[in-house]
Design a protein around this ligand. Structure first.
Ligand code: ZN
Ligand code: ZN
Length: 324
């Protein structure tokens, strides 16, 4: 089959790749759509992923497709499946206490096991979620949606809360959709890209704030991942406020915060890692059209175009989907 194989920093080659035969409990999935995530860009540029990356490896962890071969009693040929890429050991102290995402031996399809930037992927049956009535390209967004659902669940959201989303890229816009489900209607954004501002307004954001405003917010969701955006997130927090730092900053990023200010505010601050137990919910929300994400897909590309897409941002870009 054809696959985009990652060989190391900025070295991605589309080539023939032979997958091993299926083992018991595995399915072979014809990949129909695989989203490009910030994590793929980080790994491509030689930075860390959620798990240790050992090239050569096929990246791509936001994918879905059709079962074409099965050694699982749970799936039959032709089933449409959404893939939860994160595999937990089930026996370490974190897994045994229900915090599977903190698993000491976390592995992930598309990070340290072959993933979705290929024509086919081998998937352990417990990582596949059956779905119907969702287009493949939108179903590929179930994974980032699941990550957002896990993060947002940590917050206590009341409809009246004044919310600020910093960074209105694909993740910020997904957060905006989820906030609507929580009944939050006082949702503001901070973003510099005009196109992204436009989409957020179309999606119903109440307003876009200027950087130097004195306005404070009950809830701040940070989705930009820079030193400046994270410092701004702390800065914009209201007394009694809650902050979710959701972005994946560079491992080298350090920020300056004033603990005394946070003390006076009695701030609650959360971080969020991957998507434990939320991908099925993500699929259900997409299927029920409670969440609609098709509009954040701005580019659909082939495997051959992937390397270029990881190198540069397109004009007016939100989510890029690879259709192998
Ligand atoms: Zn991702
Ligand atoms: Zn574990």
């Amino acid at each position: 089959m054809r696959a985009a194989v990652f060989y190391g920093k900025r070295d991605l080659r589309v080539e023939e790749f032979d997958l091993p035969p299926l083992k018991q409990g595995e399915i072979l999935v014809k990949v129909k759509a695989c989203g490009i995530c910030g994590t793929d860009v980080h790994i491509f540029n030689g930075e860390k992923g959620s798990a240790k990356v050992t090239p050569p490896i096929i990246l791509g962890h936001e994918f879905c497709g059709e079962v074409v071969e099965t050694k699982s009693s749970l799936f039959k040929v032709g089933d449409k499946v959404s893939i939860d890429p994160n595999i937990y050991c089930g026996v370490c102290r974190f897994c045994r206490s229900g915090k599977v995402q903190l698993c000491e031996s976390l592995t992930a399809l598309g990070v340290n096991l072959n993933g979705g930037f290929a024509e086919y992927a081998i998937v352990p049956e417990k990582q596949a979620i059956l779905f119907e009535d969702i287009e493949f390209e939108e179903a590929a967004l179930a994974e980032p949606l699941a990550c957002c659902l896990h993060g947002i669940k940590k917050l206590e959201i009341k409809p009246i809360d004044k919310v600020l989303i910093i960074g209105l890229g694909p993740i910020g816009l997904i957060m905006l959709e989820i906030l609507k489900l929580y009944g939050a209607y006082n949702v503001y954004g901070y973003e510099i890209d005009e196109f992204r501002k436009e989409i957020a307004k179309w999606q119903g954001i109440k307003g876009i704030i200027e950087e130097n405003t004195d306005e404070k917010f009950d809830i701040v969701i940070e989705c930009a991942g820079t030193k400046e955006s994270i410092e701004m997130a702390f800065e914009k927090l209201q007394k009694g406020g809650q902050l979710l730092v959701f972005s994946v900053p560079s491992p080298k990023t350090n920020v300056l915060i004033n603990p005394f200010e946070m003390f006076k505010k009695e701030a609650r601050v959360y971080w969020s890692f991957v998507n434990p137990f939320t991908q099925k919910l993500a699929i259900e929300l997409l299927r029920a059209k409670k969440i609609s994400l098709k509009h954040i897909i701005t580019h659909k590309i082939s495997l051959e175009e992937l390397s270029q897409a990881l190198n540069n941002r397109y004009e007016r870009q939100l989510k890029v989907i690879v259709q192998p």
